[in-house]
Design a protein around this ligand. Structure first.
Ligand code: ADE
Ligand code: ZN
Length: 326
Protein backbone atom coordinates (compact mmCIF):
# COMPACT_ATOMS: atom_id res chain seq x y z
CA UNK A 1 0.00 0.00 0.00
CA UNK A 2 1.30 3.50 -0.80
CA UNK A 3 1.99 5.86 2.09
CA UNK A 4 -0.83 8.11 0.84
CA UNK A 5 -3.26 5.19 1.17
CA UNK A 6 -1.93 4.42 4.65
CA UNK A 7 -2.37 8.07 5.67
CA UNK A 8 -5.93 8.03 4.31
CA UNK A 9 -7.00 4.70 5.78
CA UNK A 10 -5.40 4.62 9.23
CA UNK A 11 -7.83 5.55 12.05
CA UNK A 12 -6.68 8.86 13.55
CA UNK A 13 -7.46 11.44 16.22
CA UNK A 14 -7.37 15.20 15.70
CA UNK A 15 -6.64 17.36 18.76
CA UNK A 16 -6.22 20.90 17.44
CA UNK A 17 -9.05 22.12 15.25
CA UNK A 18 -10.98 25.39 15.50
CA UNK A 19 -14.53 24.73 14.34
CA UNK A 20 -14.81 28.32 13.06
CA UNK A 21 -11.67 27.58 11.03
CA UNK A 22 -13.42 24.74 9.22
CA UNK A 23 -15.98 27.06 7.60
CA UNK A 24 -15.77 26.39 3.87
CA UNK A 25 -16.00 29.32 1.42
CA UNK A 26 -19.11 27.61 -0.03
CA UNK A 27 -20.88 27.52 3.36
CA UNK A 28 -19.75 31.09 4.10
CA UNK A 29 -21.28 32.21 0.80
CA UNK A 30 -24.52 30.27 1.37
CA UNK A 31 -25.00 31.64 4.92
CA UNK A 32 -24.18 35.20 3.82
CA UNK A 33 -27.00 34.93 1.25
CA UNK A 34 -29.36 33.35 3.80
CA UNK A 35 -28.87 36.17 6.33
CA UNK A 36 -28.28 39.00 3.83
CA UNK A 37 -24.80 39.58 5.21
CA UNK A 38 -22.62 41.52 2.80
CA UNK A 39 -19.19 39.98 2.27
CA UNK A 40 -16.22 41.87 0.78
CA UNK A 41 -16.00 39.19 -1.95
CA UNK A 42 -17.83 38.80 -5.29
CA UNK A 43 -17.67 35.00 -5.44
CA UNK A 44 -16.58 31.82 -3.65
CA UNK A 45 -13.38 31.93 -5.75
CA UNK A 46 -12.65 35.44 -4.48
CA UNK A 47 -12.98 34.22 -0.89
CA UNK A 48 -10.44 31.46 -1.60
CA UNK A 49 -8.11 33.92 -3.33
CA UNK A 50 -8.09 36.16 -0.24
CA UNK A 51 -6.52 33.43 1.90
CA UNK A 52 -2.94 34.66 1.75
CA UNK A 53 -1.58 35.64 5.12
CA UNK A 54 1.59 37.32 6.30
CA UNK A 55 1.21 36.46 9.99
CA UNK A 56 -1.27 35.25 12.61
CA UNK A 57 -3.08 38.61 12.93
CA UNK A 58 -3.70 38.96 9.19
CA UNK A 59 -5.41 35.55 9.30
CA UNK A 60 -7.39 36.28 12.47
CA UNK A 61 -8.87 39.44 10.92
CA UNK A 62 -10.40 37.37 8.08
CA UNK A 63 -11.32 34.46 10.35
CA UNK A 64 -13.37 36.62 12.76
CA UNK A 65 -15.03 38.43 9.82
CA UNK A 66 -15.88 35.07 8.18
CA UNK A 67 -17.50 33.79 11.38
CA UNK A 68 -19.93 36.72 11.12
CA UNK A 69 -22.17 34.67 8.80
CA UNK A 70 -22.92 32.17 11.59
CA UNK A 71 -26.20 33.39 13.05
CA UNK A 72 -28.67 30.66 14.07
CA UNK A 73 -28.62 27.15 15.48
CA UNK A 74 -28.89 25.55 12.02
CA UNK A 75 -25.75 27.42 10.89
CA UNK A 76 -23.73 26.04 13.80
CA UNK A 77 -25.16 22.58 13.13
CA UNK A 78 -24.17 22.81 9.44
CA UNK A 79 -20.64 23.99 10.34
CA UNK A 80 -20.09 21.11 12.78
CA UNK A 81 -21.77 18.53 10.54
CA UNK A 82 -19.61 19.45 7.53
CA UNK A 83 -16.43 19.10 9.61
CA UNK A 84 -17.49 15.76 11.13
CA UNK A 85 -18.47 14.44 7.69
CA UNK A 86 -14.99 15.34 6.51
CA UNK A 87 -13.59 13.49 9.55
CA UNK A 88 -15.56 10.43 8.46
CA UNK A 89 -14.10 10.67 4.94
CA UNK A 90 -10.57 11.09 6.33
CA UNK A 91 -10.98 8.29 8.91
CA UNK A 92 -10.68 10.53 11.95
CA UNK A 93 -12.40 8.45 14.63
CA UNK A 94 -11.95 10.86 17.54
CA UNK A 95 -11.67 14.64 17.52
CA UNK A 96 -11.28 17.35 20.18
CA UNK A 97 -12.80 20.50 18.74
CA UNK A 98 -12.12 24.08 19.83
CA UNK A 99 -14.79 26.74 19.70
CA UNK A 100 -14.48 30.44 20.47
CA UNK A 101 -17.66 31.55 22.32
CA UNK A 102 -16.57 35.18 22.46
CA UNK A 103 -16.50 35.39 18.65
CA UNK A 104 -20.25 34.83 18.85
CA UNK A 105 -21.32 36.32 22.21
CA UNK A 106 -19.70 39.64 21.16
CA UNK A 107 -22.30 39.63 18.33
CA UNK A 108 -25.12 38.82 20.78
CA UNK A 109 -25.26 35.18 19.71
CA UNK A 110 -25.38 33.20 22.93
CA UNK A 111 -24.56 29.70 24.17
CA UNK A 112 -28.24 28.75 23.75
CA UNK A 113 -27.80 29.19 19.98
CA UNK A 114 -24.41 27.68 19.14
CA UNK A 115 -24.23 24.89 21.72
CA UNK A 116 -27.42 23.05 20.65
CA UNK A 117 -26.28 23.27 17.01
CA UNK A 118 -22.85 21.84 17.85
CA UNK A 119 -24.19 19.12 20.14
CA UNK A 120 -26.84 17.88 17.68
CA UNK A 121 -24.21 17.46 14.95
CA UNK A 122 -21.84 15.69 17.38
CA UNK A 123 -24.58 13.25 18.44
CA UNK A 124 -25.52 12.58 14.82
CA UNK A 125 -21.86 11.90 13.96
CA UNK A 126 -21.62 9.48 16.88
CA UNK A 127 -24.76 7.65 15.69
CA UNK A 128 -24.11 7.65 11.95
CA UNK A 129 -20.30 7.59 11.71
CA UNK A 130 -19.23 6.23 15.10
CA UNK A 131 -17.03 9.32 15.62
CA UNK A 132 -16.42 10.45 19.19
CA UNK A 133 -15.94 14.17 19.70
CA UNK A 134 -15.10 16.41 22.65
CA UNK A 135 -15.38 20.19 22.95
CA UNK A 136 -12.63 22.59 24.05
CA UNK A 137 -13.92 26.05 24.94
CA UNK A 138 -11.25 28.64 24.14
CA UNK A 139 -10.85 32.16 25.50
CA UNK A 140 -9.74 34.92 23.15
CA UNK A 141 -6.48 36.21 24.62
CA UNK A 142 -6.70 39.67 22.99
CA UNK A 143 -9.71 40.32 25.29
CA UNK A 144 -9.34 41.02 29.04
CA UNK A 145 -9.30 38.25 31.65
CA UNK A 146 -12.62 39.54 33.05
CA UNK A 147 -14.27 38.67 29.72
CA UNK A 148 -12.89 35.13 30.06
CA UNK A 149 -14.42 34.90 33.55
CA UNK A 150 -17.78 36.03 32.10
CA UNK A 151 -17.50 33.36 29.39
CA UNK A 152 -16.72 30.65 31.92
CA UNK A 153 -19.86 31.64 33.88
CA UNK A 154 -22.05 31.83 30.78
CA UNK A 155 -20.99 28.28 29.83
CA UNK A 156 -22.18 26.79 33.13
CA UNK A 157 -25.36 25.11 31.77
CA UNK A 158 -23.13 23.27 29.29
CA UNK A 159 -20.21 22.21 31.53
CA UNK A 160 -21.06 18.52 31.13
CA UNK A 161 -20.48 18.88 27.36
CA UNK A 162 -17.12 20.65 27.64
CA UNK A 163 -13.94 18.64 28.25
CA UNK A 164 -11.24 21.29 28.26
CA UNK A 165 -10.62 25.04 28.37
CA UNK A 166 -8.18 26.62 25.92
CA UNK A 167 -6.52 29.91 25.02
CA UNK A 168 -6.18 31.23 21.47
CA UNK A 169 -6.13 34.35 19.23
CA UNK A 170 -3.36 36.98 18.99
CA UNK A 171 -0.43 35.54 20.91
CA UNK A 172 2.20 38.28 20.96
CA UNK A 173 1.60 40.76 23.79
CA UNK A 174 -0.95 38.45 25.45
CA UNK A 175 1.08 35.94 27.50
CA UNK A 176 -0.55 33.10 29.45
CA UNK A 177 0.15 34.98 32.71
CA UNK A 178 -2.65 37.41 31.75
CA UNK A 179 -5.11 34.52 32.33
CA UNK A 180 -3.62 32.84 35.40
CA UNK A 181 -6.64 33.42 37.67
CA UNK A 182 -9.34 32.25 35.26
CA UNK A 183 -7.44 29.07 34.41
CA UNK A 184 -7.01 28.35 38.12
CA UNK A 185 -10.79 28.47 38.39
CA UNK A 186 -11.25 26.30 35.28
CA UNK A 187 -8.84 23.72 36.69
CA UNK A 188 -10.69 23.72 40.03
CA UNK A 189 -13.92 23.07 38.13
CA UNK A 190 -12.34 19.90 36.77
CA UNK A 191 -11.62 20.91 33.17
CA UNK A 192 -8.56 19.79 31.25
CA UNK A 193 -6.41 22.75 30.17
CA UNK A 194 -4.74 23.57 26.85
CA UNK A 195 -3.20 26.81 25.54
CA UNK A 196 -1.72 28.06 22.29
CA UNK A 197 1.88 28.92 23.07
CA UNK A 198 5.10 29.15 21.09
CA UNK A 199 3.33 29.57 17.74
CA UNK A 200 4.46 33.17 17.15
CA UNK A 201 5.27 33.83 20.78
CA UNK A 202 8.58 33.00 22.51
CA UNK A 203 9.53 29.89 24.49
CA UNK A 204 8.84 31.86 27.70
CA UNK A 205 5.11 31.73 26.85
CA UNK A 206 5.33 27.91 26.83
CA UNK A 207 6.97 28.02 30.27
CA UNK A 208 4.14 30.25 31.51
CA UNK A 209 1.48 27.93 30.06
CA UNK A 210 3.06 25.01 31.93
CA UNK A 211 3.93 26.71 35.21
CA UNK A 212 1.07 29.20 35.60
CA UNK A 213 -1.84 27.58 33.71
CA UNK A 214 -0.86 23.96 34.46
CA UNK A 215 -1.71 22.87 30.92
CA UNK A 216 -2.32 19.27 29.90
CA UNK A 217 -1.21 20.05 26.31
CA UNK A 218 0.44 22.86 24.40
CA UNK A 219 -1.13 23.93 21.09
CA UNK A 220 1.63 24.50 18.49
CA UNK A 221 4.68 24.91 20.76
CA UNK A 222 7.09 24.74 17.81
CA UNK A 223 9.30 27.50 19.28
CA UNK A 224 10.18 25.26 22.26
CA UNK A 225 13.38 24.36 20.41
CA UNK A 226 14.78 27.78 21.31
CA UNK A 227 15.12 26.67 24.95
CA UNK A 228 17.02 23.51 25.85
CA UNK A 229 15.72 23.33 29.42
CA UNK A 230 12.18 23.58 28.10
CA UNK A 231 12.83 20.75 25.65
CA UNK A 232 14.06 18.63 28.58
CA UNK A 233 10.92 19.38 30.57
CA UNK A 234 8.56 18.63 27.65
CA UNK A 235 10.35 15.35 27.12
CA UNK A 236 10.49 14.35 30.77
CA UNK A 237 6.82 15.15 31.45
CA UNK A 238 5.66 14.06 27.98
CA UNK A 239 3.52 17.18 27.68
CA UNK A 240 1.96 16.83 24.23
CA UNK A 241 2.40 19.40 21.46
CA UNK A 242 -0.43 19.69 18.93
CA UNK A 243 1.56 20.76 15.89
CA UNK A 244 -0.13 22.13 12.73
CA UNK A 245 2.29 22.08 9.77
CA UNK A 246 0.17 23.71 7.03
CA UNK A 247 -0.91 26.41 9.50
CA UNK A 248 2.73 27.18 10.31
CA UNK A 249 3.48 27.51 6.61
CA UNK A 250 0.41 29.66 5.78
CA UNK A 251 1.04 32.01 8.74
CA UNK A 252 4.74 32.33 7.89
CA UNK A 253 5.95 30.75 11.13
CA UNK A 254 8.17 28.84 8.68
CA UNK A 255 9.11 29.87 5.13
CA UNK A 256 9.16 26.40 3.62
CA UNK A 257 7.70 23.06 4.75
CA UNK A 258 11.20 21.64 4.37
CA UNK A 259 12.18 23.85 7.33
CA UNK A 260 9.53 22.42 9.68
CA UNK A 261 11.02 21.10 12.93
CA UNK A 262 8.38 18.43 13.67
CA UNK A 263 10.72 15.52 12.93
CA UNK A 264 13.45 17.07 15.10
CA UNK A 265 10.95 17.43 17.95
CA UNK A 266 9.89 13.82 17.53
CA UNK A 267 13.49 12.63 17.40
CA UNK A 268 14.19 14.59 20.59
CA UNK A 269 11.61 12.40 22.37
CA UNK A 270 8.70 14.87 22.55
CA UNK A 271 5.07 13.73 22.35
CA UNK A 272 4.18 15.41 19.06
CA UNK A 273 0.90 15.16 17.12
CA UNK A 274 -0.24 16.41 13.69
CA UNK A 275 -3.36 18.56 13.32
CA UNK A 276 -5.05 20.92 10.87
CA UNK A 277 -5.86 24.03 13.04
CA UNK A 278 -8.07 25.98 10.56
CA UNK A 279 -8.21 23.65 7.55
CA UNK A 280 -10.34 25.67 5.14
CA UNK A 281 -8.14 28.75 5.62
CA UNK A 282 -4.81 26.93 5.48
CA UNK A 283 -5.37 24.73 2.43
CA UNK A 284 -5.73 21.31 3.96
CA UNK A 285 -7.45 18.97 6.40
CA UNK A 286 -5.64 16.47 8.59
CA UNK A 287 -4.61 13.97 5.91
CA UNK A 288 -3.26 16.85 3.78
CA UNK A 289 -1.00 17.82 6.70
CA UNK A 290 0.44 14.29 6.87
CA UNK A 291 0.79 14.31 3.08
CA UNK A 292 2.67 17.65 3.16
CA UNK A 293 5.11 16.21 5.73
CA UNK A 294 5.62 13.16 3.52
CA UNK A 295 6.23 15.28 0.40
CA UNK A 296 8.52 17.87 2.01
CA UNK A 297 10.25 16.04 4.85
CA UNK A 298 10.00 12.51 3.50
CA UNK A 299 8.40 11.08 6.64
CA UNK A 300 7.99 7.30 6.32
CA UNK A 301 5.33 4.82 7.40
CA UNK A 302 6.89 4.27 10.83
CA UNK A 303 6.83 8.02 11.55
CA UNK A 304 3.23 8.33 10.35
CA UNK A 305 2.24 5.46 12.66
CA UNK A 306 4.09 7.05 15.60
CA UNK A 307 2.38 10.41 15.02
CA UNK A 308 -1.02 8.71 14.78
CA UNK A 309 -0.40 6.66 17.95
CA UNK A 310 0.59 9.93 19.65
CA UNK A 311 -2.74 11.50 18.63
CA UNK A 312 -4.57 8.92 20.75
CA UNK A 313 -2.00 8.99 23.58
CA UNK A 314 -2.29 12.78 23.86
CA UNK A 315 -6.10 12.77 23.67
CA UNK A 316 -8.44 13.24 26.61
CA UNK A 317 -10.09 9.86 26.00
CA UNK A 318 -10.35 7.60 29.05
CA UNK A 319 -7.23 5.45 29.49
CA UNK A 320 -9.03 2.13 28.76
CA UNK A 321 -10.20 3.48 25.41
CA UNK A 322 -6.72 4.79 24.57
CA UNK A 323 -5.24 1.37 25.27
CA UNK A 324 -7.56 -0.16 22.69
CA UNK A 325 -6.71 2.45 20.06
CA UNK A 326 -2.92 2.80 20.34
N1 ADE B 1 -7.53 30.88 16.36
C1 ADE B 1 -7.75 30.12 15.29
N2 ADE B 1 -6.60 29.66 14.80
C2 ADE B 1 -5.61 30.14 15.58
C3 ADE B 1 -4.20 30.00 15.61
N3 ADE B 1 -3.54 29.29 14.71
N4 ADE B 1 -3.51 30.65 16.58
C4 ADE B 1 -4.15 31.38 17.48
N5 ADE B 1 -5.48 31.53 17.51
C5 ADE B 1 -6.21 30.89 16.58
ZN1 ZN C 1 -5.04 26.87 16.75
Amino acid sequence: MSLSSIIKNIPKAELHLHIEGSLTPELMWRLAEKHSVSLPYASVEEIEAAYNFEDLQSFLDLYYAGAGVLRDEDDFFALMWEYLTRCHEDNIVHTEIMFDPQTHTERDIGFDIFMPGFLKAMEKAKDEYGISSYLIMSFLRHLPEDAAFDTLSAAEPYYEHITAIGLDSSELGHPPSKFERVFKKAKALGFKIVAHAGEEGPASYIWEAIELLDVDRIDHGVRCQEDEALMDLLKERQIPLTVCPLSNLKLCVINDMKDHNIVQLLDAGLLVTVNSDDPTYFGGFLNDNFEALHQSLGIDEKTVRTLVANSFKASFLPQEQKNQLV
